[in-house]
Each structure stands twice: as structure tokens, then as C-alpha cells.
Design a protein around this ligand. Structure first.
Ligand code: 26Q
Length: 824
């Protein structure tokens, strides 16, 4: 019936009202007069879902017929956030739904707040995957994401006595309307067991893996609608379930307890997202997740390919697989196994198909984040895959030896196996060897990996294999949806909303900096957004902040390399400076609200201490009458995507201050500048390219450069360098007990002692303070500031994820957009 309804009929106010009431009375089994905000949300979500599903069906049906080359984005994280507002905006139905809801006596903004975030990711890498899915759908690329359907997303953070405490994020408590359970799509995944070796009739050795256990993978599909297109892509998330066969064996053996235990172990696989960001957790369950997910996804991809009755050699012309970091690297090994052991291809034919299919994105150079798996543990879980890895390594090292004879050191460095006790599998090396393209995520980072972790590989394979794909963010969620007033002003100013699909058009705003009336509108919107954030701060932190102060924001995962510690130390310095001032001096101080947010990995002791320090400083500063509104400090608990949507539009200045060479790209930097917020930052990651675009008058850069870092560390270690005097004063204040018992913070302060300050807080401190003073001075000239703010937005065209995705499509995947016929 849906298909037969014309689009106009399906989407008029009355039809939508009827569909909402229908869902309240039937799906939710409630009386229509007995509707609260939450059931209103549920009903509106279900009604939206109906429209999503009809697009999904139409798109996927037409795609099956055309059968073009597709890209599969394999990511253990998809940090989607809320879906309803985004789906309505992308489908062009927001206005109609607003009115329908209003007529039913509800308010859209309230209803939206009832939705829980889908927080199936840690931070940048997971949110990048979500932005790329939005762009792929919007640009009509045939693309599917593959991931895991965790029962628990990233933990919820609460602050108790200034400390982070973690609570489970059971996001599926109420039915999730944004997924379609495909209970018919179920794949058996094996683990453990042994390898049978036989000779076939031609005397060729055949390997047959006989797993010792198996679990079922069940598919859940999450529709991803493009903006201003009928196209609707898919993210397929796998859920683990016990297999029936195994329940039965245990039952037949009369061991009820064991059968229940097996079932629990099977379900455990997709129970929880690992909460590490930029650090590796070498846990067996994590490896199980990785194999479960890559095996299910590849099985699904291969099944779809086989339907088309093509030759195996056509596989890379039909399938491109992008590996989001090393997490899905086992897919390389699994495809080689399927082709050699099950499809009986020769090793070399199979390997050519594999390497033409895969491409690998690297997101980090931090040694602690590099994935390595212990060989004994790996062998126990995946004995056949270990053999294949050793064979891949053997053939690879033979070729290296042929090209560069007699260099044992080189072979050792390049080997997929690290000769440690026990041996370790270096997943990054395996990913490089098994892919045809390797990319970094910002220009600086891509160059850095070519001269550090992958140097030998660049010399062996040549430069062409190693490319840069600068990250991007979707302007639909990160401007249109999160900053509706600014979006409307831009559309009004440029005459149409084409900029939402071609972000380079924002450059048209640059001509408006001379228009005082326009500047006023621009700054009024910023202020409105700050009022909204001030309300959120009041609610979550019980602190009143003035929207007329400069809003200074650092929100991101808490990590030493991101240097939140340096930020709070500079806040202490600011506090001490204000305290030492006369009333007359204070009159010229620029009032500032310093806003922090972000989660620390639960096992990351130092990061958790940084949170404690921020809260201790906040407690003292915020109640000090000598300071008043000149300085406020808040830590917003449980930072997530939906909170980011409130914070990003409200920022005047945001902090992107990692030690140069450590932040691969950063993506929130792009979101802030897109929303007319200036940034203060180091020459790291994408900051470098943001500087290129906005120009040095519109960004505050400080600190040492990436190529200087090694020398500074060396000098600290061997010559010893005195600590920056301002920093010394700050440390003494902490040690004197200005902020709670100083014993608490001793481990944190120790990270700074000369010779140890690995992230160079001391050597960057003076220039950081100076840059912050420049921010204050610039902000006081409000007219000038408003021009900077407008120019920031105007110059952000490059950082749309549409641009990134198009580069991947053209330079790596070799796929083309297709168009869904509108049959409405
Ligand atoms: C690995 C093994 C075991 C458990 C967890 C992990 C793990 C999980 C997540 C390792 C790393 C991550 C996440 C990394 C990440 O988010 N990196 C960020 O990626 C962004 C998108 O490219 C960049 O902008 C950031 O600079 C980078 O830090």
C-alpha cells in the first residue's frame, strides 16, 4: 500500500497525524488521549521509521537489479547519536512533522529529547564512520556499513565527589525503532578446534578448519537516509546468539548447566563496546568480537557476490572493503581462507583478489594504540587463521628478501610477527600487506606515518600505495540540524540551501563581513546558542554562567596526548593572575567560562585524575567572590553526540591543543569552526589544514611543531630543562593545597617532572598562555571578532565529509553514484 500512496499523500500533515495516532493506539496500545512526551516520541519515531523503511526497500530493491560495485565500510564503531531529527531533516519531512505534532498538542523539541543516543563508539573514529555513512547516502553511493550491535554502548559517565564513575549504557531498554531485525539472516561463526590436513586427488595439500564451537550471527539493519535524495543506505550490525546445534548437544548429554553457560558465552560476544580510545586492550573477548564480526560480514558480502554468478576474478570489480583502523584486519585473512580452503582457488589467485579488495585507514601513530595479538591466544581461538598469517608473512618476507637481500634488521622490522616472548601479531603490518591502499586522515598525519611506522613499507611498495584522505564532517548534522538558526541565516543569505550539498558555496558568506546588520544577526545567533548551553550547564553542573562571557570549550576523550591537563593548569594560572589583581586591573579582564567534557577509559588512572583536578579547581574558582564572573570552570558530565550538538554551536573558542604529531586529525575542530567558533591549537592533525583555509588571522596557533618534538624530548632526557616559571607557580599552588588535598594529585604532577614530561606541557606552556591572552584581546574587539567568526564558517568548505567520501570513491574504491528512481 505504501508504494501505491503518492509521496504527496503519504507526507501531508493529515496523513502523518493519522500515522502517529495509529502507532499510539495499535503499536503502543495506548489511548490517544493518554499520550505523554515519551509515547509521543515513540509514535513519531515509528511513523518516521515507516517512511525510512519504504525508502530502504526501494533503494535496496533497485540496487539488487543494477548490481553495481559496492563499498563496504567495516567499523567496530558507529557513533550515530540520535536518529529522529536527522532522519526527518534528511528526508525533507521535518516541517510537516513539526506541524503535525503541534496539532496533536506536542512540541518537536521536547519530543526529540526523549530519544537515547546510539553510542556504539568511543570518539573520533566512530563518529567519523557515522559522518561517512551520511555522506555516502547523500551522494548516492552504493555503500553498506558493517559493525556490531552491542547491548551496551560507551558507558555513561557520572561525576561523584569530582571523580568519574561509570554506569552501563543499556540503550536497548526500550525498543529501538531505528533498527530492523533480520531474524532470517543468520550465519554460523566458528571458533577454536583444529585443522585437518589432507591431500586432494591432484596431490595438493588441503586445509580444513574444524571449529570446536560455534555461535550464530543475526543481522540488524539500520537505515541511513541521504539528504535531499531518495537513496537510503544500510548499516548491518551483527548480534551474537547461541546456535541451536550446541544447545541440543549439551541437552542430550544431560548437562543443562553447561548448555546455559555456552549460551551465555555466545551472547557475551556482542554484549559490550570496549571503552578504550587510542589504547589497545589485548583481551580475548575483543579478539572474538573482531573475528565474529569480520567473518559474518564477509560471509554476507560473498553470498551477495555469488548471487550474480560472476567469476571470482571479478570480485574486486564488485566489492571494495574499507578497514576502519586495524580492528577489522582479520577480514583479510578470512577472505583468503574462504577463497583457498573453501572455494579451492590457488594461493596466488586468491591473494591477488584479496589485496585488490581491501584498503586500510590508519588513525594513529601512538605506540600504545597499535594492535598486537599474542600468537598463543590467537592460535587457540583461530588455528587455521594463524597458519594463513604465517604463510602471508613467509611469502611477503621472501619478496622483501629478494628485493633487499641480506638485511635481517629490515626483515625483523617489517615482519607481521614480532619476535617477542610470546610472539605477537602486528595487525598494522598485516593490514598494510593485505591492502592496495593505505591512508592517513590528515595531511600531516599521512606524511608522518610514511616516515615513521610505515617507512620501510613505503620504500618497499613505493609512494603510490600510501595516500592522504583528510577527514571531514557532515554539515547536515553538524550545522543544519544542530544549529538551525545559523543554517537558516546562511540559506537566506546565499539565496538557497545548495550549500548543504556543496559546502564550498559557504565562501559566499565572506562578502558579508562588511555588512553590520548581517554581523549583528550572526552574533545574535551565537548568543542564543550560548544561552541554550548556559541552561544545559545550569541543569547538569548547577553552575550559573553568563552568556556574555567568552565560552572556551575543550570536549573530547580525556587522554594525556590531548593535554586537558595543560588546559586546566593554564586555568589555574588565570585564576592566580586574577587573584593578584587590583579592582582597577580586574575591570579590564575578559570574562571567560571554561567548559570541559569527555570520558576517560575506565582503566586510565592518569586521565581520571585529570577529571578530578578539573572538578577540584572548578569547586574553588566558582565560589570565589574575588573572581565572580571573570572566570567560571565547569565539567559537563556524560559528554556524547547529543550534548555535542548543544555545545558546538555555542563555542567562541575551542581547544585543540595536542602535542604536535600526536592527534591524527581531530574532527571536532572542523565542527566548531564550521559553526563560527574560532580555535586555539597546535600545528597538529587537521588544524594545519584549517589554518591554510581560514588564514592566520582567524585561528590561534601556538606551540612546537611535530618535527621538533623528538629533539625537545631528547634534550629533556639528557640535558634536563628547567620547568617554565609560570607553570612552576601553578604546580606550587596545587602542592600547597589550593585545590583539595594535594596528595591526590601527586601522580599527575609527577608526569611533569623534568625528563618525564612526555607530552611537552612545560615547553609549550609559555606560548599557550600567550595565545590565550591573544584570544582575550581579540574577543574584546567584538566587531572584528564577528568578522573572524563569519570568515571561519565561510572557509570551511573543504571539511565536508562529502569531499572526503568522494576522494575515497574516486581514488580508492573506484565506485560511482547511482540514482534511485523516485517511484512515489
Ligand atoms: C583497540 C584495541 C582494543 C580495544 C580498543 C581499541 C581502540 C578503540 C578505539 C583503539 C582506538 C580507538 C579509537 C581511535 C580514534 O578514535 N582515533 C581518532 O580517529 C579520528 C578519526 O580519524 C581522528 O580524528 C583522531 O585524531 C583519532 O585520535
Amino acid at each position: 500500500l505504501w508504494a501505491k500512496l503518492s509521496k504527496k499523500e503519504a507526507n501531508d500533515i493529515e496523513t502523518i497525524q493519522r500515522s502517529i495516532v495509529h502507532h499510539v493506539t495499535t503499536t503502543l496500545a495506548r489511548a490517544a488521549y493518554n499520550m505523554d512526551n515519551f509515547s509521543a516520541y515513540q509514535a513519531v519515531a515509528l511513523s518516521t521509521r515507516d517512511r525510512l523503511i519504504s525508502r530502504w526497500n526501494e533503494t535496496q530493491g533497485q540496487l539488487s537489479k543494477i548490481d553495481p560495485k559496492r563499498v563496504y565500510y567495516l567499523s567496530l564503531e558507529f557513533l550515530l547519536g540520535r536518529s529522529m531529527d536527522n532522519a526527518l531533516l534528511n528526508m525533507g519531512l521535518k516541517g510537516t512533522y513539526d506541524k503535525s505534532i503541534e496539532k496533536l498538542g506536542f512540541n518537536m523539541e521536547d519530543i526529540i529529547e526523549s530519544e537515547v543516543d546510539a553510542a556504539l563508539g568511543n570518539g573520533g573514529l566512530g563518529r567519523l564512520a557515522a559522518c561517512y555513512m551520511d555522506s555516502l547516502a547523500t551522494l548516492d553511493y552504493p555503500a553498506w556499513g558493517y559493525g556490531l550491535r552491542y547491548n551496551y554502548g560507551i558507558f555513561q559517565q557520572r561525576i561523584v565527589d569530582g571523580y568519574q564513575t561509570e554506569y552501563p549504557d543499556y540503550w536497548l531498554n526500550f525498543d529501538n525503532p531505528w533498527e530492523l531485525a533480520r531474524l532470517d539472516i543468520s550465519i554460523q561463526i566458528g571458533f577454536g578446534g583444529h585443522v585437518q590436513t589432507t591431500q586432494d586427488e591432484y596431490g595438493v595439500t588441503r586445509h580444513n578448519w574444524v571449529p570446536g564451537q560455534s555461535v550464530q550471527a543475526i543481522a540488524y539493519d539500520v537505515p541511513i537516509p541521504g539528504y535531499d535524495t531518495e537513496n537510503c543506505n544500510n548499516i548491518r550490525l551483527w548480534r551474537s546468539k547461541p546456535t541451536r546445534v550446541f544447545d541440543l548437544t549439551s541437552f542430550n548429554e544431560g548437562n543443562y548447566e553447561k548448555s546455559v553457560e555456552d549460551a551465555t558465552n555466545a551472547e557475551k560476544i556482542t554484549s559490550v563496546l570496549y571503552p578504550n580510545d587510542n589504547t589497545m586492550a589485548g583481551k580475548e573477548l575483543r579478539l572474538k568480537q573482531q573475528y565474529f564480526w569480520t567473518a559474518a560480514s564477509l560471509h554476507d558480502i560473498v553470498r551477495r557476490f555469488k548471487k550474480s554468478m560472476r567469476e571470482w576474478s571479478d570480485f574486486p570489480d564488485q566489492v571494495a572493503i574499507q578497514l576502519n583502523d586495524t580492528h577489522p584486519t582479520l577480514a583479510i585473512v578470512e577472505l583468503q581462507r574462504l577463497l583457498v580452503d573453501e572455494e579451492m582457488l590457488s594461493w596466488d589467485d586468491a591473494w591477488e583478489i584479496v589485496t585488490k579488495t581491501f584498503a586500510f585507514t590508519n588513525h594513529t601513530v601512538l605506540p600504545e594504540a597499535m594492535e598486537k595479538w599474542s600468537v598463543p591466544m590467537f592460535e587457540y581461538l583461530l588455528p587455521r587463521h594463524l597458519q594463513i598469517i604465517f604463510d602471508i608473512n613467509l611469502f611477503f618476507l621472501q619478496k622483501v628478501e629478494k628485493k633487499v637481500p641480506n638485511d635481517r634488521g629490515l626483515l625483523n622490522r617489517m615482519s607481521i610477527i614480532e619476535e617477542a616472548q610470546p610472539q605477537q601479531i602486528r595487525m598494522a603490518h598485516l593490514a598494510v600487506v593485505g591492502s592496495h591502499k593505505v591512508n592517513g586522515v590528515a595531511a600531516l598525519h599521512s606524511n608522518l606515518i610514511k616516515t615513521t611506522i610505515f617507512k620501510d613499507f613505503v620504500e618497499y611498495y613505493g609512494e603510490e600505495k600510501f595516500i592522504n584522505m583528510t577527514n571531514g564532517v557532515t554539515p547536515r548534522r553538524w550545522l543544519h540540524q544542530s544549529n538551525p538558526q545559523l543554517s537558516a541565516l546562511i540559506t537566506q543569505t546565499l539565496g538557497n540551501d545548495k550549500w548543504l550539498k556543496d559546502l564550498s558555496l559557504l565562501k559566499g558568506l565572506a562578502a558579508k563581513t562588511g555588512d553590520a546588520a548581517f554581523r549583528k544577526k550572526w552574533m545574535t545567533i551565537k548568543r542564543n546558542n550560548k544561552v541554550r548551553l548556559a541552561e544545559l550547564i545550569k541543569e547538569r553542573c548547577q553552575v550559573e554562567v553568563s552568556p556574555d562571557a567568552l565560552f572556551d570549550v575543550q570536549v573530547k576523550r580525556i587522554h594525556e596526548y590531548k593535554r586537558q591537563f595543560m588546559n586546566i593548569l593554564s586555568v589555574i594560572h588565570r585564576y592566580r593572575t586574577i587573584k593578584s589583581m587590583t579592582a582597577a586591573q580586574k575591570a579590564s579582564v575578559q570574562p571567560r567560562v571554561v567548559i570541559f567534557g569527555g570520558k576517560a577509559a575506565p582503566g586510565y588512572y592518569i586521565a581520571k585524575l585529570v577529571i578530578k583536578l578539573i572538578n577540584s579547581v572548578a569547586a574553588v574558582v566558582n565560589q570565589d567572590p574575588a573572581v565572580g564572573d571573570l572566570l567560571k570552570v565547569v565539567f559537563i558530565p556524560d559528554y556524547n553526540v547529543s550534548v555535542a550538538e548543544v555545545i558546538v554551536p555555542a563555542s567562541d573558542i575551542s581547544q585543540h591543543i595536542s602535542t604536535a604529531g600526536t592527534e591524527a586529525s581531530g574532527t571536532s575542530n572542523m565542527k566548531f569552526v564550521l559553526n563560527g567558533g574560532l580555535i586555539i591549537g597546535t600545528l597538529d592533525g587537521a588544524n594545519v589544514e584549517i589554518l591554510e583555509e581560514v588564514g592566520e588571522d582567524n585561528i590561534f596557533i601556538f606551540g612546537c611543531m611535530a618535527h621538533e618534538v623528538e629533539d625537545i624530548r631528547h634534550a629533556q632526557r639528557y640535558r634536563g630543562v628547567p620547568m617554565d616559571p609560570a607553570l612552576q607557580g601553578v604546580i606550587s599552588a596545587i602542592e600547597k593545597g589550593t585545590f583539595e588535598d594535594p596528595k591526590i594529585f601527586q601522580p599527575l604532577i609527577s608526569t611533569l617532572t623534568v625528563g618525564k614530561d612526555f607530552y611537552l606541557i612545560s615547553s609549550d606552556f609559555a606560548s599557550y598562555i600567550a595565545a590565550n591572552q591573544q584570544v582575550d584581546a581579540a574577543y574584546k574587539k567584538q566587531e572584528e571578532w564577528s568578522k573572524k567568526s563569519i570568515l571561519c564558517t565561510a572557509h570551511m568548505g573543504k571539511f565536508s565529509s562529502d569531499r572526503s567520501v568522494k576522494e575515497y570513491a574516486d581514488e580508492i574504491w573506484n565506485i560511482k553514484p547511482y540514482s534511485v528512481e523516485d517511484e512515489g
